[in-house]
Design a binder for this molecule. Structure first.
Ligand code: HEM
Length: 535
């Protein structure tokens, strides 16, 4: 009887009931967790669709910068989301042992294997799992391990130089430089991880559509990650998951296929019980690439480090390490070309070093990591590019632990999503000076009194690699690539814009990619040492 009456009332008055429920939901959102005290766009306080569409517009970093300039250090970006621009917030949100976990934005970035989401080191939201995982693989990324990877980078770099000459000098045409650098970054990571390149540079093509796949994936992840529930309707919907579980659907990421093939080549040796550590008596790999180190971790911790985790780790290298490195390399070259005074000064520094005989290679122009570390202006140019164009383009979201906490002087309830954006922090005039929009490497120069302390504060505010326990594990590898490739290219080539008046186009799909950065190359005579080359 009562049911009949309810159905009757609902069918008669469904419209006002829906409107009332909607209004109640919006009011609840607006006052959720007491966040109504924080300023921000009114619509953002009512629904996450505001930030969905902001990110869908592909330039959310611009709105985040503008919002913080308008509203101050805390901006409400959603009913349950706050963005902080106060550097003091960094220590709390990303600090070690503070209990913050990554938000569901990262769950959207998990791939699906056999019907289940597969958390990676990058995308896991479980701090205990993360801690164990990171401990297993950490040593593979230590600064001391860099020396072992340098020959891999050298191999790919020499090929890159040769192909740049073949494709863009012998057969002069314009080069889509961001794409070309992306090919480079993919092949370096392939070589460091598996001792085998994917073949992007050789073929000058997007092998297996890997770049196109990643681009599409990030274009999906960025907006959907603002309302992670939507992922359950699209890529992780129950039908799709079941089909994947039953093996009727194989949506394996092309990089994962490559990883599986490389693991299959190594695993038979493992099954014979031979150790994989390069230091072991019978090494099964010639030089210690990342895969050999992950497999060694599997030997050391078989209870935790399963084959699946080894593969996940190998795949993450391409997923997290290629686009980000290519973006950063593009930024360094782009800003140098746009700022001829900086380019001249850097070139002088490199040519002087060459004249003084400080490089070991006068044939190909290759610069070693060690040599690159003696070029202070190069360091300033790279840092300034990281500042002005950091690869991560959205706030790195974390969930406040239960019980709540004070963040930069503001009490925030547990469960609230909080984050800082590198694009906002890197444009803090109190820290970087009034001309934050200018590319001025000299701001990193330590010349007079007080400079050291000022630069230290600037360094402490840089967020391009994230911060704290979830900071980028591949930072040293990417620095190895960047600090070697930039001076090497400048020794070998004159690089100029195809059209000096054109600007690049920016697409912020979580990582902030550049399009329309078209260059031309001219071969340069390598500057020789004044005292001649040592035999
Ligand atoms: C310039 C190049 C790079 C940039 C700008 C960059 C940026 C970042 C950022 C911002 C994070 C933290 C994300 C967050 O907290 O939300 C991160 C994490 C990570 N990065 Fe990088 N990355 C770069 C290169 C690399 C490379 C070369 C690799 C692999 C060889 C790599 C692998 C990873 C992994 C596995 C994580 C997750 C670490 C963890 O949670 O413990 N990255 N990266």
């Amino acid at each position: 009887m009562i049911t009949d009456q309810i159905v009757h009332v609902l069918s008669q008055h469904w419209l006002p009931i829906v409107v009332a429920a909607l209004v109640a939901w919006l009011v609840r959102n607006r006052y959720h967790n007491g966040l109504n005290k924080y300023p921000g766009p009114f619509l953002a306080s009512l629904t996450d669709w505001w930030r969905f569409f902001d990110v869908y517009g592909r330039r959310p970093e611009r709105s985040h910068i503008a919002l913080h300039r308008k509203y101050g250090p805390v901006v409400r970006l959603g009913p349950n989301t706050l963005s902080f621009s106060d550097p003091d917030a960094l220590k709390t949100i990303y600090g070690l042992n503070k209990g913050f976990i990554k938000s569901d934005f990262y769950v959207v970035q998990q791939s699906v294997v056999k019907g289940h989401s597969l958390p990676s080191l990058f995308s896991t939201t479980d701090n205990d799992f993360h801690m164990q995982f990171r401990r297993c693989v950490n040593s593979a990324f230590a600064m001391s391990a860099l020396v072992q990877y340098e020959p891999f980078v050298d191999n790919t770099t020499k090929l890159f130089l040769k192909q740049t000459e073949r494709l863009y000098i012998n057969d002069p045409g314009a080069c889509d430089f961001t794409r070309w650098l992306q090919f480079y970054a993919f092949d370096v990571i392939g070589e460091i991880t598996y001792s085998k390149r994917h073949g992007f540079i050789e073929k000058n093509e997007d092998v297996d559509g890997i770049v196109a796949y990643l681009t599409k994936l990030f274009l999906y992840v960025a907006p959907i990650g603002q309302i992670p529930f939507l992922d359950r309707l699209f890529l992780k919907n129950p039908i799709y998951l079941k089909l994947s579980e039953w093996g009727l659907l194989d949506a394996t990421f092309p990089v994962a296929k490559f990883a599986r093939a490389r693991m299959a080549e190594r695993l038979p040796e493992l099954e014979n019980g031979e150790p994989v550590l390069p230091t072991s008596e019978k090494p099964t790999v010639k030089s210690p690439d990342l895969l050999s180190k992950f497999l060694a971790a599997r030997e050391a911790r078989p209870d935790f480090m399963t084959d699946t985790l080894v593969q996940t780790m190998a795949v993450s290298m391409a997923f997290a390490g290629s686009e980000t490195t290519a973006i950063s390399l593009s930024a360094v070259f782009y800003f140098l070309l746009k700022n001829p005074a900086a380019l001249d000064r850097l070139r002088r520094e490199i040519d002087d070093a060459a004249r003084e005989g400080r490089f070991s290679d006068y044939e190909t122009g290759l610069v070693t990591w060690h040599e690159s570390q003696t070029l202070p202006y190069l360091d300033m140019c790279v840092k300034e590019a990281f500042r002005l164009h950091p690869a991560p383009g959205l706030p790195m979201e974390r969930i406040v632990p239960a019980g709540g906490l004070e963040i930069a002087g503001h009490r925030v309830e547990g469960g609230t999503i909080v984050g800082c954006s590198a694009w906002v922090l890197h444009r803090d005039e109190n820290i970087f000076g009034e001309d934050v929009e200018a590319y001025r490497p000299e701001r990193w120069e330590v010349k007079g009194e007080g400079d050291e302390a000022r630069v230290k504060v600037m360094n402490g505010t840089m967020l391009q690699f994230g911060m704290g326990s979830r900071t980028c594990i591949g930072k040293n590898i990417s620095l190895l690539e960047i600090y070697k490739l930039v001076p090497t290219m400048l020794r070998r080539f004159e690089i100029r814009f195809d059209d000096p008046d054109s600007e690049w186009e920016i697409v912020n799909a979580w990582f902030v990619k550049q399009n329309n950065f078209i260059t031309r190359f001219k071969l340069r005579d390598i500057v020789m040492p004044e005292k001649g080359v040592k035999a």
